[in-house]
Design a protein around this ligand. Structure first.
Ligand code: CP3
Length: 348
Protein backbone atom coordinates (compact mmCIF):
# COMPACT_ATOMS: atom_id res chain seq x y z
CA UNK A 1 0.00 0.00 0.00
CA UNK A 2 2.92 2.31 0.80
CA UNK A 3 3.77 2.18 -2.90
CA UNK A 4 0.42 3.55 -4.02
CA UNK A 5 0.59 6.65 -6.21
CA UNK A 6 -1.46 8.64 -3.71
CA UNK A 7 0.70 7.93 -0.66
CA UNK A 8 3.89 8.43 -2.65
CA UNK A 9 2.65 11.81 -3.87
CA UNK A 10 1.71 12.78 -0.29
CA UNK A 11 5.34 12.09 0.65
CA UNK A 12 6.56 14.02 -2.42
CA UNK A 13 8.19 10.90 -3.86
CA UNK A 14 8.58 10.39 -7.62
CA UNK A 15 5.60 8.81 -9.40
CA UNK A 16 4.87 8.01 -13.04
CA UNK A 17 1.80 10.27 -13.06
CA UNK A 18 -0.28 12.54 -10.80
CA UNK A 19 -2.82 10.70 -8.60
CA UNK A 20 -6.41 11.93 -8.37
CA UNK A 21 -9.31 11.63 -5.94
CA UNK A 22 -12.34 13.89 -5.62
CA UNK A 23 -13.71 15.55 -2.48
CA UNK A 24 -17.24 14.21 -1.84
CA UNK A 25 -16.61 11.50 -4.45
CA UNK A 26 -19.14 9.20 -2.78
CA UNK A 27 -22.32 11.18 -3.15
CA UNK A 28 -25.43 12.34 -4.89
CA UNK A 29 -24.05 12.69 -8.44
CA UNK A 30 -23.78 8.86 -8.52
CA UNK A 31 -27.04 7.01 -9.34
CA UNK A 32 -25.64 4.01 -7.41
CA UNK A 33 -25.39 6.23 -4.29
CA UNK A 34 -28.86 7.64 -4.82
CA UNK A 35 -30.30 4.12 -5.09
CA UNK A 36 -29.01 3.33 -1.59
CA UNK A 37 -30.05 6.75 -0.18
CA UNK A 38 -33.60 6.20 -1.45
CA UNK A 39 -33.94 3.33 1.00
CA UNK A 40 -31.88 4.73 3.90
CA UNK A 41 -31.68 8.11 5.63
CA UNK A 42 -28.27 9.78 5.74
CA UNK A 43 -27.36 9.13 9.39
CA UNK A 44 -28.42 5.48 9.16
CA UNK A 45 -26.18 5.16 6.11
CA UNK A 46 -23.26 6.62 8.11
CA UNK A 47 -23.98 4.31 11.05
CA UNK A 48 -24.35 1.07 9.06
CA UNK A 49 -20.80 -0.15 8.25
CA UNK A 50 -22.00 -2.54 5.54
CA UNK A 51 -23.66 0.32 3.63
CA UNK A 52 -21.07 3.01 4.42
CA UNK A 53 -18.30 0.74 3.12
CA UNK A 54 -20.29 -0.09 -0.01
CA UNK A 55 -20.80 3.60 -0.80
CA UNK A 56 -17.12 4.34 -0.09
CA UNK A 57 -15.98 1.83 -2.70
CA UNK A 58 -18.45 2.94 -5.42
CA UNK A 59 -16.28 5.74 -6.90
CA UNK A 60 -13.24 3.43 -7.06
CA UNK A 61 -15.17 1.00 -9.23
CA UNK A 62 -17.17 3.56 -11.21
CA UNK A 63 -14.85 6.50 -11.90
CA UNK A 64 -11.43 5.01 -11.17
CA UNK A 65 -9.98 7.41 -8.56
CA UNK A 66 -6.65 6.61 -6.86
CA UNK A 67 -7.85 6.82 -3.25
CA UNK A 68 -11.04 6.09 -1.32
CA UNK A 69 -12.43 8.43 1.33
CA UNK A 70 -14.52 6.86 4.05
CA UNK A 71 -18.19 7.73 3.66
CA UNK A 72 -19.34 9.67 6.70
CA UNK A 73 -19.82 13.33 7.60
CA UNK A 74 -17.89 15.86 9.65
CA UNK A 75 -21.00 16.35 11.83
CA UNK A 76 -20.88 12.86 13.36
CA UNK A 77 -18.67 14.33 16.13
CA UNK A 78 -21.28 16.82 17.44
CA UNK A 79 -23.91 14.12 16.98
CA UNK A 80 -21.84 11.79 19.18
CA UNK A 81 -21.70 14.64 21.75
CA UNK A 82 -25.47 14.38 22.02
CA UNK A 83 -26.62 17.00 19.51
CA UNK A 84 -29.61 15.74 17.51
CA UNK A 85 -28.76 15.89 13.80
CA UNK A 86 -30.84 15.45 10.69
CA UNK A 87 -29.76 15.89 7.07
CA UNK A 88 -32.77 17.35 5.27
CA UNK A 89 -32.95 17.10 1.47
CA UNK A 90 -33.34 20.78 0.56
CA UNK A 91 -31.73 22.37 3.65
CA UNK A 92 -28.66 20.26 4.43
CA UNK A 93 -27.70 19.48 8.03
CA UNK A 94 -29.98 20.67 10.84
CA UNK A 95 -29.27 20.43 14.60
CA UNK A 96 -32.45 20.27 16.67
CA UNK A 97 -30.96 22.19 19.61
CA UNK A 98 -28.01 24.43 18.61
CA UNK A 99 -25.53 25.89 21.12
CA UNK A 100 -26.57 29.45 21.93
CA UNK A 101 -24.78 30.32 25.19
CA UNK A 102 -21.93 29.35 27.51
CA UNK A 103 -24.41 27.28 29.53
CA UNK A 104 -25.25 25.15 26.48
CA UNK A 105 -21.66 23.88 26.38
CA UNK A 106 -22.37 22.01 29.62
CA UNK A 107 -24.80 19.71 27.87
CA UNK A 108 -22.17 18.38 25.46
CA UNK A 109 -21.28 14.79 26.31
CA UNK A 110 -17.52 15.05 26.04
CA UNK A 111 -16.57 11.68 27.52
CA UNK A 112 -16.85 8.59 25.34
CA UNK A 113 -17.22 10.36 21.98
CA UNK A 114 -14.81 8.06 20.14
CA UNK A 115 -16.50 5.00 21.66
CA UNK A 116 -19.87 6.23 20.40
CA UNK A 117 -18.28 6.60 16.96
CA UNK A 118 -17.35 2.89 17.01
CA UNK A 119 -19.41 2.37 13.86
CA UNK A 120 -16.74 4.30 11.97
CA UNK A 121 -14.02 1.87 13.05
CA UNK A 122 -16.21 -1.01 11.83
CA UNK A 123 -16.79 0.77 8.49
CA UNK A 124 -13.03 1.30 8.02
CA UNK A 125 -12.32 -2.40 8.55
CA UNK A 126 -15.09 -3.46 6.15
CA UNK A 127 -13.98 -0.91 3.55
CA UNK A 128 -10.39 -2.15 3.59
CA UNK A 129 -11.70 -5.70 3.10
CA UNK A 130 -13.71 -4.55 0.08
CA UNK A 131 -10.82 -2.51 -1.33
CA UNK A 132 -8.48 -5.50 -0.97
CA UNK A 133 -5.40 -3.29 -1.30
CA UNK A 134 -6.48 -1.63 -4.56
CA UNK A 135 -6.20 1.96 -3.25
CA UNK A 136 -5.48 3.63 0.11
CA UNK A 137 -8.31 4.77 2.38
CA UNK A 138 -8.51 8.37 3.62
CA UNK A 139 -10.22 9.20 6.91
CA UNK A 140 -11.34 12.74 7.73
CA UNK A 141 -12.65 15.13 10.32
CA UNK A 142 -13.98 18.66 10.36
CA UNK A 143 -11.72 21.28 11.94
CA UNK A 144 -12.90 22.82 15.24
CA UNK A 145 -13.96 26.18 13.73
CA UNK A 146 -16.08 24.62 10.96
CA UNK A 147 -17.68 22.15 13.40
CA UNK A 148 -18.41 25.00 15.84
CA UNK A 149 -20.17 27.05 13.14
CA UNK A 150 -22.66 24.23 12.48
CA UNK A 151 -23.17 23.55 16.21
CA UNK A 152 -23.89 27.22 16.94
CA UNK A 153 -25.78 28.18 13.77
CA UNK A 154 -27.79 24.94 13.87
CA UNK A 155 -26.95 24.22 10.22
CA UNK A 156 -25.51 25.88 7.14
CA UNK A 157 -25.23 29.66 7.26
CA UNK A 158 -24.67 32.63 5.01
CA UNK A 159 -23.17 35.24 7.31
CA UNK A 160 -22.19 33.16 10.36
CA UNK A 161 -23.71 35.86 12.57
CA UNK A 162 -24.45 33.58 15.52
CA UNK A 163 -21.06 31.82 15.44
CA UNK A 164 -19.17 35.09 15.03
CA UNK A 165 -21.50 36.64 17.59
CA UNK A 166 -20.33 34.12 20.19
CA UNK A 167 -16.72 34.55 19.02
CA UNK A 168 -16.79 38.32 19.61
CA UNK A 169 -19.16 38.50 22.60
CA UNK A 170 -17.95 35.45 24.51
CA UNK A 171 -14.45 34.58 23.27
CA UNK A 172 -13.73 32.41 26.33
CA UNK A 173 -16.79 30.28 25.63
CA UNK A 174 -15.76 29.98 21.99
CA UNK A 175 -12.25 28.91 22.97
CA UNK A 176 -13.67 26.39 25.41
CA UNK A 177 -15.80 24.88 22.64
CA UNK A 178 -12.92 24.87 20.11
CA UNK A 179 -10.60 23.16 22.61
CA UNK A 180 -13.23 20.49 23.38
CA UNK A 181 -13.59 19.88 19.64
CA UNK A 182 -9.82 19.87 18.97
CA UNK A 183 -9.29 17.17 21.62
CA UNK A 184 -12.19 15.13 20.24
CA UNK A 185 -10.80 15.43 16.68
CA UNK A 186 -7.35 14.20 17.79
CA UNK A 187 -8.83 11.14 19.50
CA UNK A 188 -11.16 10.46 16.57
CA UNK A 189 -8.48 10.75 13.87
CA UNK A 190 -6.06 8.62 15.90
CA UNK A 191 -8.78 5.95 16.14
CA UNK A 192 -9.34 6.14 12.38
CA UNK A 193 -5.63 5.70 11.67
CA UNK A 194 -5.44 2.83 14.14
CA UNK A 195 -8.44 1.16 12.47
CA UNK A 196 -6.73 1.22 9.06
CA UNK A 197 -6.99 4.66 7.40
CA UNK A 198 -3.82 5.29 5.41
CA UNK A 199 -4.10 9.10 5.50
CA UNK A 200 -6.35 11.69 7.14
CA UNK A 201 -7.76 15.01 5.98
CA UNK A 202 -8.90 17.90 8.16
CA UNK A 203 -11.65 20.01 6.53
CA UNK A 204 -11.90 23.65 7.60
CA UNK A 205 -14.52 24.62 5.04
CA UNK A 206 -15.37 27.95 6.68
CA UNK A 207 -11.90 29.18 7.72
CA UNK A 208 -12.02 31.74 4.92
CA UNK A 209 -14.89 33.73 6.43
CA UNK A 210 -12.63 34.96 9.26
CA UNK A 211 -10.62 38.18 9.39
CA UNK A 212 -6.82 37.61 9.58
CA UNK A 213 -6.52 37.95 13.39
CA UNK A 214 -9.56 35.79 14.04
CA UNK A 215 -8.39 33.22 11.47
CA UNK A 216 -5.25 32.64 13.50
CA UNK A 217 -6.92 32.76 16.90
CA UNK A 218 -10.09 30.74 16.24
CA UNK A 219 -9.18 28.45 13.34
CA UNK A 220 -5.51 27.86 12.41
CA UNK A 221 -4.18 27.70 15.96
CA UNK A 222 -6.44 24.68 16.64
CA UNK A 223 -5.52 22.91 13.39
CA UNK A 224 -1.87 23.39 14.34
CA UNK A 225 -2.60 21.87 17.76
CA UNK A 226 -4.34 18.87 16.16
CA UNK A 227 -1.46 18.26 13.72
CA UNK A 228 1.06 18.49 16.57
CA UNK A 229 -0.80 15.90 18.65
CA UNK A 230 -1.82 13.22 16.14
CA UNK A 231 -0.21 9.79 16.41
CA UNK A 232 0.03 9.19 12.69
CA UNK A 233 2.42 6.23 12.54
CA UNK A 234 3.51 7.66 9.20
CA UNK A 235 0.02 8.25 7.76
CA UNK A 236 0.05 11.56 5.83
CA UNK A 237 -2.05 14.43 7.18
CA UNK A 238 -3.84 16.72 4.71
CA UNK A 239 -5.01 20.17 5.83
CA UNK A 240 -7.75 21.68 3.69
CA UNK A 241 -8.74 25.16 4.86
CA UNK A 242 -10.91 26.87 2.30
CA UNK A 243 -10.53 30.54 1.41
CA UNK A 244 -6.89 31.16 2.39
CA UNK A 245 -5.12 34.24 1.07
CA UNK A 246 -1.75 32.80 2.13
CA UNK A 247 -0.65 29.22 2.82
CA UNK A 248 2.48 30.17 4.75
CA UNK A 249 1.00 29.51 8.20
CA UNK A 250 -0.30 26.05 7.21
CA UNK A 251 3.04 25.18 5.63
CA UNK A 252 4.61 25.58 9.07
CA UNK A 253 2.31 22.98 10.61
CA UNK A 254 3.20 19.34 11.16
CA UNK A 255 1.19 18.16 8.14
CA UNK A 256 2.22 16.57 4.83
CA UNK A 257 -0.25 17.90 2.27
CA UNK A 258 -2.03 21.23 1.84
CA UNK A 259 -5.43 21.27 0.14
CA UNK A 260 -5.86 24.31 -2.10
CA UNK A 261 -9.17 25.73 -3.35
CA UNK A 262 -9.60 27.15 -6.87
CA UNK A 263 -9.20 30.79 -5.90
CA UNK A 264 -5.42 30.34 -5.68
CA UNK A 265 -2.96 29.51 -8.46
CA UNK A 266 -1.15 26.25 -7.59
CA UNK A 267 2.14 27.49 -9.04
CA UNK A 268 2.03 30.58 -6.83
CA UNK A 269 1.23 28.51 -3.75
CA UNK A 270 4.19 26.25 -4.58
CA UNK A 271 6.39 29.34 -4.85
CA UNK A 272 5.09 30.72 -1.58
CA UNK A 273 5.65 27.61 0.53
CA UNK A 274 8.66 26.01 -1.19
CA UNK A 275 9.16 22.23 -1.28
CA UNK A 276 8.08 21.41 2.24
CA UNK A 277 4.59 20.06 1.52
CA UNK A 278 2.68 18.28 -1.21
CA UNK A 279 -0.26 20.21 -2.71
CA UNK A 280 -3.76 18.91 -3.40
CA UNK A 281 -6.24 20.55 -5.73
CA UNK A 282 -7.62 22.66 -7.24
CA UNK A 283 -10.18 22.48 -10.06
CA UNK A 284 -13.32 24.56 -9.64
CA UNK A 285 -16.12 21.94 -9.18
CA UNK A 286 -18.28 23.93 -11.64
CA UNK A 287 -15.89 23.04 -14.49
CA UNK A 288 -17.33 19.52 -14.26
CA UNK A 289 -20.64 20.97 -15.49
CA UNK A 290 -18.99 22.38 -18.66
CA UNK A 291 -18.34 20.63 -22.01
CA UNK A 292 -15.47 18.12 -21.95
CA UNK A 293 -13.26 20.31 -24.16
CA UNK A 294 -13.37 22.98 -21.44
CA UNK A 295 -12.76 20.37 -18.76
CA UNK A 296 -9.66 19.10 -20.58
CA UNK A 297 -8.35 22.65 -21.03
CA UNK A 298 -8.76 23.41 -17.31
CA UNK A 299 -7.09 20.12 -16.28
CA UNK A 300 -4.10 21.07 -18.44
CA UNK A 301 -4.06 24.54 -16.92
CA UNK A 302 -3.84 23.11 -13.40
CA UNK A 303 -1.20 20.49 -14.27
CA UNK A 304 0.87 23.25 -15.92
CA UNK A 305 0.37 25.61 -12.99
CA UNK A 306 1.85 23.00 -10.64
CA UNK A 307 4.57 22.26 -13.19
CA UNK A 308 7.02 19.37 -13.34
CA UNK A 309 7.95 17.17 -10.45
CA UNK A 310 6.39 15.19 -7.62
CA UNK A 311 4.09 16.25 -4.80
CA UNK A 312 0.83 17.08 -6.61
CA UNK A 313 -2.41 15.26 -5.87
CA UNK A 314 -5.14 16.28 -8.30
CA UNK A 315 -8.50 17.10 -6.72
CA UNK A 316 -11.26 19.66 -6.92
CA UNK A 317 -11.01 22.88 -4.92
CA UNK A 318 -14.14 21.80 -2.98
CA UNK A 319 -16.72 18.99 -3.08
CA UNK A 320 -18.18 17.63 -6.32
CA UNK A 321 -21.63 19.09 -7.05
CA UNK A 322 -24.79 16.93 -7.22
CA UNK A 323 -25.66 17.88 -10.88
CA UNK A 324 -22.24 16.68 -12.16
CA UNK A 325 -22.66 14.18 -15.05
CA UNK A 326 -20.95 10.89 -14.11
CA UNK A 327 -19.42 10.83 -17.62
CA UNK A 328 -17.60 14.07 -16.83
CA UNK A 329 -16.25 12.74 -13.54
CA UNK A 330 -14.90 9.70 -15.44
CA UNK A 331 -13.47 11.95 -18.14
CA UNK A 332 -11.72 14.11 -15.54
CA UNK A 333 -10.04 11.04 -14.00
CA UNK A 334 -8.87 9.74 -17.37
CA UNK A 335 -7.63 13.20 -18.44
CA UNK A 336 -5.49 13.52 -15.32
CA UNK A 337 -4.17 9.97 -15.71
CA UNK A 338 -3.11 10.59 -19.33
CA UNK A 339 -2.10 14.22 -19.37
CA UNK A 340 -0.03 14.20 -16.18
CA UNK A 341 2.51 11.64 -17.42
CA UNK A 342 4.56 14.35 -19.11
CA UNK A 343 4.78 16.28 -15.83
CA UNK A 344 6.78 13.41 -14.36
CA UNK A 345 8.88 12.28 -17.37
CA UNK A 346 11.57 14.89 -17.04
CA UNK A 347 12.32 14.02 -13.44
CA UNK A 348 11.92 10.22 -13.40
O1 CP3 B 1 -15.71 13.03 0.37
C1 CP3 B 1 -16.49 12.05 0.49
O2 CP3 B 1 -16.97 11.46 -0.48
C2 CP3 B 1 -16.80 11.53 1.88
C3 CP3 B 1 -18.07 11.95 2.37
C4 CP3 B 1 -18.30 13.34 2.95
C5 CP3 B 1 -19.60 13.82 3.18
N1 CP3 B 1 -19.52 14.99 3.84
C6 CP3 B 1 -20.84 13.14 2.77
C7 CP3 B 1 -22.10 13.91 2.68
C8 CP3 B 1 -17.40 14.30 3.44
C9 CP3 B 1 -15.90 14.31 3.41
C10 CP3 B 1 -18.20 15.33 4.01
C11 CP3 B 1 -17.61 16.49 4.68
C12 CP3 B 1 -18.46 17.62 5.05
N2 CP3 B 1 -19.74 17.58 5.51
C13 CP3 B 1 -18.01 18.95 5.09
C14 CP3 B 1 -16.61 19.41 4.79
C15 CP3 B 1 -16.30 19.43 3.36
C16 CP3 B 1 -17.14 20.32 2.54
O3 CP3 B 1 -17.71 19.82 1.56
O4 CP3 B 1 -17.21 21.53 2.83
C17 CP3 B 1 -19.08 19.74 5.50
C18 CP3 B 1 -19.08 21.25 5.66
C19 CP3 B 1 -20.18 18.87 5.80
C20 CP3 B 1 -21.51 19.23 6.34
C21 CP3 B 1 -22.58 18.81 5.44
N3 CP3 B 1 -23.02 17.49 5.31
C22 CP3 B 1 -23.36 19.60 4.58
C23 CP3 B 1 -23.18 21.11 4.43
C24 CP3 B 1 -24.25 18.76 3.94
C25 CP3 B 1 -25.37 19.17 3.02
C26 CP3 B 1 -24.89 19.70 1.75
C27 CP3 B 1 -24.96 18.64 0.73
O5 CP3 B 1 -23.98 18.48 -0.03
O6 CP3 B 1 -26.02 18.02 0.63
C28 CP3 B 1 -24.01 17.44 4.37
C29 CP3 B 1 -24.67 16.22 3.94
C30 CP3 B 1 -23.82 15.25 3.18
N4 CP3 B 1 -22.59 14.81 3.58
C31 CP3 B 1 -24.16 14.59 1.96
C32 CP3 B 1 -23.09 13.74 1.66
C33 CP3 B 1 -23.00 12.78 0.50
C34 CP3 B 1 -25.46 14.76 1.20
C35 CP3 B 1 -26.53 14.07 1.95
C36 CP3 B 1 -27.44 13.24 1.10
O7 CP3 B 1 -27.06 12.13 0.69
O8 CP3 B 1 -28.57 13.70 0.87
Amino acid sequence: MDNSLFLKACRRELTERTPIWIMRQAGRYLPEYQAIRKKTDFMTLCKTPELASEVTVQPIDIIGVDAAILFSDILVIPEAMGMGLEIIESRGPVFSDPLRSTRDLDRLQIEGVTERLGYVVEAIKMTNEKLAGRVPLIGFSGAPWTLATYMIEGGSSKNFDRAKGMMYAEPEAMHRLLQILADAVIEYLNAKIEAGCHAVQIFDTWAGVLAPNDLEEFSLRYIDYICANLKTGGAPVIVFAKGMRSYKRISEMDCDVIGVDWVSDLGKVKQEIGDSKALQGNLDPCVLLAPQTVLEREVKRILDAYGDGPGHIFNLGHGILPPTPVENAKFLVSCVKELSIKQHKTVI
